[in-house]
Design a protein around this ligand. Structure first.
Ligand code: FRU
Length: 468
């Protein structure tokens, strides 16, 4: 029997003390996953196990700000309703560890739950905080229930130099494991060019051989995995998450990208989607998660998870992102509109006024101007968040990104959750996430037409239920 480290109970008490302070916050998402209170950043070690989707996440239980990292933990059967579980990982101060940074979780070669993460140690000096040693990669293991974790006796599993296998002196972090051709590999982010690749020496996944750089890319939070016939590399380069789709050779152990781009271009001005992770379920689906950050400060909470997205590769070799179909369970009564020609300005949709909404609409843009939606609109119309296309670019709140309709109609599939909006565009060719600056009372929704002749082909809308 494993027993939980006493620091975990203390950290969980700290989170519980803040719960009452965050309840009823009108800006806090109501159907997105988030911790009970306080800070979260990256999703870590997302994986499907015995009927549950498990999400671990970078968690600071003590303040609603980044700091010494724990791994929060939750699970869901349906990707809609979540159950908070005890904090999984804690910094082992007695071993000199100050923070448990991002990483991977899954099963080792013998079917035992294992997490591998970046162990960071600080030292306070008169000049400020500095690293007490180079980053190391540590493992933790759990019993079948995944509720109690203990640090692995083999730690560190990767360090600067081990058994003649090189590590890296500068910041290297966020290990991610993938399996291919019966072999198990680990990629890791690092400063300076290149993605290091290691191969597991045995089933324990605690002994690794260095196999060189599998790509020139360097970044935080690499996710590398097979998706159908292709390999996908997602990474977080201190800017919007990028994707590369290509091939991986088991002979050369090199990744050759063929298509690349930005996964969710909403990350500008200090808010949006970052630090992706994926889980493969029993239906073979690849479920994508990301950290949404940049909510209003001064509360006892900060950060949530993006909606779970089904990730596939389209015929054009670029990814497609779609909200998982399970999210339809959140829908209340359906509202339909269209087809109709749009009149100039904003056409109010009073039957859909609200702050937790799903809106799925198809528009035929006119020859000029812009068309789309306004959400969180004030009664007088002077405030509101715009989701619109102007012939060249899509705008979602303050983010504007080029988007070529390729001759198609414009399809906007939007999920509004209080101060967060995620917009899946034209079958998931892109998805744009933005945190909105909103006033509580602004609940209006409208269709936007500026310039000539936009037409609403169809709109389906729902108010959505909260899950917390
Ligand atoms: C990305 C990141 C990771 C790191 C973690 C620390 O947001 O910087 O690279 O492991 O956050 O919380």
């Amino acid at each position: 029997m494993m027993t939980a480290h006493p620091d975990i109970a203390q950290a969980m008490r700290a989170v519980q003390e803040a719960v009452a302070l965050v309840e009823g916050d009108p800006l806090r998402p109501g159907y997105h996953f988030r911790p009970p209170a306080r800070w979260m950043n990256d999703p870590n070690g997302t994986f499907y196990h015995q009927g549950y989707y498990h999400v671990f996440y970078q968690h600071n239980p003590y303040v609603a700000d980044w700091g010494p990292m724990y791994w929060g933990h939750a699970r869901s059967r349906d990707l809609v309703h979540w159950e908070h579980l005890p904090i999984a990982l804690w910094p082992s101060n007695e071993a000199g560890e100050s923070s448990c940074w991002s990483g991977w979780a899954g099963l080792d070669g013998e079917g035992q739950p294992l997490a591998i993460y970046t162990s960071v140690a600080y030292r306070e000096t008169p000049q400020g905080r500095e690293y007490a040693r180079p980053f190391e990669q540590w493992a933790a293991r759990s019993d079948g229930e995944l509720e109690v974790w203990e640090k692995h006796p083999a730690n560190p599993v990767l360090e600067l130099s081990r058994d003649g296998q090189p590590g890296f002196a500068d910041e290297w972090r966020d290990p991610f494991i993938f399996r291919e051709g019966g072999r198990t590999f680990l990629v890791i982010g690092k400063a300076g060019p290149g993605t290091p690749l290691y191969e597991a020496r045995d089933q324990s996944l605690t002994r690794w051989d260095y196999r060189g750089l599998m790509s020139e890319i360097s970044s935080e939070c690499p996710n590398f995995f097979r998706l159908g016939e292709r390999f996908v590399y997602l990474h977080s380069p201190h800017a919007a998450v990028r994707y590369l789709v290509g091939d991986f050779s088991l002979e050369t152990l090199r990744f050759t990208p063929e298509a690349e781009g930005v996964l969710d271009p909403g990350r500008v001005d200090g808010n949006g989607f970052y630090a992706s992770n994926v889980a493969f379920d029993d239906r073979g689906r690849c479920i994508l998660f990301g950290w949404i950050y940049g909510f209003a400060e001064g509360q006892e909470w900060q950060g949530c998870l993006s909606l779970p997205r089904l990730l596939t590769v389209g015929h054009d070799g670029h990814p497609r992102q779609q909200p998982v179909t399970e999210l339809t369970a959140l829908r209340e009564q359906e509202v339909r509109r269209g087809p109709q020609a749009l009149s100039e300005g904003v056409t109010e949709l009073p039957e859909l006024a609200g702050d937790m909404l799903e809106l799925d609409l198809t528009l035929k843009p006119g020859p000029g101007g812009r068309c789309g939606l306004v959400v969180r609109r004030s009664a007088e119309g002077e405030r509101g968040a715009l989701i619109a296309w102007d012939g060249e670019s899509l705008t979602v709140a303050e983010a504007t990104v080029p988007f070529d309709l390729q001759g198609e109609a414009l399809r906007l599939h939007c999920f509004l959750d209080k101060s967060l909006v995620e917009v899946f565009v034209n079958g998931g060719r892109t998805c744009i996430s933005r945190v909105l600056k909103v006033e509580e009372q602004d609940q209006g929704v409208g269709l936007l037409c500026e310039g000539r002749g936009a037409e609403l082909v169809e709109l389906r809308g729902w108010r959505l239920r909260g899950v917390w």
